[in-house]
Design a protein around this ligand. Structure first.
Ligand code: NAD
Length: 334
């Protein structure tokens, strides 16, 4: 039976890769290695764990011995574990370096020692830094601007060394911002949705003019496995979409869905120490191989809101118990 290892599989993006892998390879054994930080939630993959499709191992990717044991015999390793929230990286940047850089190094060294035949590393469009016009291509220079994106770029540099020195069979993907169910509500879309569901106002960084592209996690997960199968070892692939919003436009989109006006609900809050104005990538390389996005946020927003409404109890620590939420909502109506 083929063994596929997915690090960070109990997190947001990782759990969608787990879904896709289970669907695409029904006879494979999927092993998730996850440290279960605040961002990991067993409920993200419990449907697979309970049906014995997926084995969840709780541990740290920075632990070389553990990684060796986990990846031994795997035909594919997909590395999605990371500290992923830019805001947190300003206050806790060493933890980002530990997990994202040292963790990637330990994992790839384990893969080298255990001769894993293919590794897909999940990176981000943020490694290119700000792109105000045009779109970054895979060979462009990396100019990260915050501790999160710097740690992701540093991880890629380690991998480049392994590709050149050891001919490690690594493929790197760099994705746009993702949206989808199960995203922890520290990120903008679920945060706005949960705030509106619980009668709260929307905090908006700076003047709301920063722009981001938003790609469905379903399209992302499909692309990850597409690249795992068809990607050329040593190559990097951008995964993107044309759907782009400023943060203010995002607030408007979500408010409109709730039948509310953004003017009444937004609080402009101090910006990050540095906040890239815009990211933009070209994914023509992947498109040329036959992949393109199939979903859009505009179409998926209703489904997302329904999911967060049905699963608000997961986020009690952030938004209070159902009773507190009901009171906050009632007060907001007055
Ligand atoms: P997430 O924060 O939702 O999940 C990260 C997962 O990694 C969690 O389950 C966490 O417990 C686990 N983890 C953290 N530290 C670990 C460690 N030391 N060892 C093992 N597991 C650990 O993140 P996400 O948004 O799902 O992002 C997943 C990957 O996708 C990351 O590499 C991120 O850089 C990349 N990415 C995310 C986006 C996005 O918009 N979310 C966009 C592009 C790329």
């Amino acid at each position: 039976m083929r063994k596929i290892v997915i690090t960070g599989g109990a997190g947001f993006a990782g759990s969608h890769i787990v879904d896709e892998a289970c669907q695409k390879y029904p006879d494979a054994r999927v092993v998730v290695l996850d440290k279960m930080t605040y961002a990991g939630d067993v409920r993200n993959i419990s449907h697979h764990v309970f049906s014995n499709r997926v084995q969840l191992l709780v541990g740290d990717v920075a632990d070389l011995d553990l990684c060796r044991r986990v990846v031994k015999g795997a035909c594919l390793v997909i590395h999605a574990a990371a500290e992923s929230h830019v805001d947190n990286s300003f206050g806790n940047s060493l933890e980002f370096t530990r997990t994202n850089v040292l963790g990637t190094h330990a994992l790839i060294e384990a893969c080298r020692q255990e001769r894993v035949p293919k590794v897909v590393h999940v990176s981000t469009d943020e490694v290119y830094g700000e792109v105000m016009s045009g779109a970054a291509a895979e060979d462009d220079v990396l100019r990260p601007t915050n501790p999160y994106s710097s740690s992701k770029a540093a991880a890629e540099m380690i991998l480049r060394g392994y590709i050149q020195s050891y001919h490690e069979p690594i493929v790197i993907i760099r994705a746009n911002n993702l949206y989808g169910i199960r995203q922890f509500p520290e990120k903008i879309i679920p945060r706005f949705i949960c705030h509106l569901l619980t009668g709260r106002r929307l905090p908006l960084h700076g003047n709301g003019s920063n722009r981001r592209h938003y790609l469905s996690t379903r399209d992302f997960a499909r692309a990850v496995l597409f690249v795992a199968e068809q990607g050329v070892v040593g190559e990097t692939y951008n995964i993107g979409t044309t759907e782009e919003y400023t943060n203010l436009e995002m607030a408007e989109l979500v408010c409109k869905h709730f039948g509310r006006s953004v003017d009444q609900l937004v609080d402009f809050v101090p910006d990050r120490p540095f906040n890239d104005a815009r990211y933009s990538i070209s994914w023509s390389k992947l498109q040329g191989m036959g992949w393109k996005p199939q979903h859009s946020l505009r179409e998926d927003l209703g489904m997302l809101v329904d999911w967060y409404r049905d699963n608000l109890e997961r986020y009690t620590e952030l938004f209070g118990t159902p009773e507190v939420q009901a009171i906050t909502q009632t007060l907001a109506m007055l």
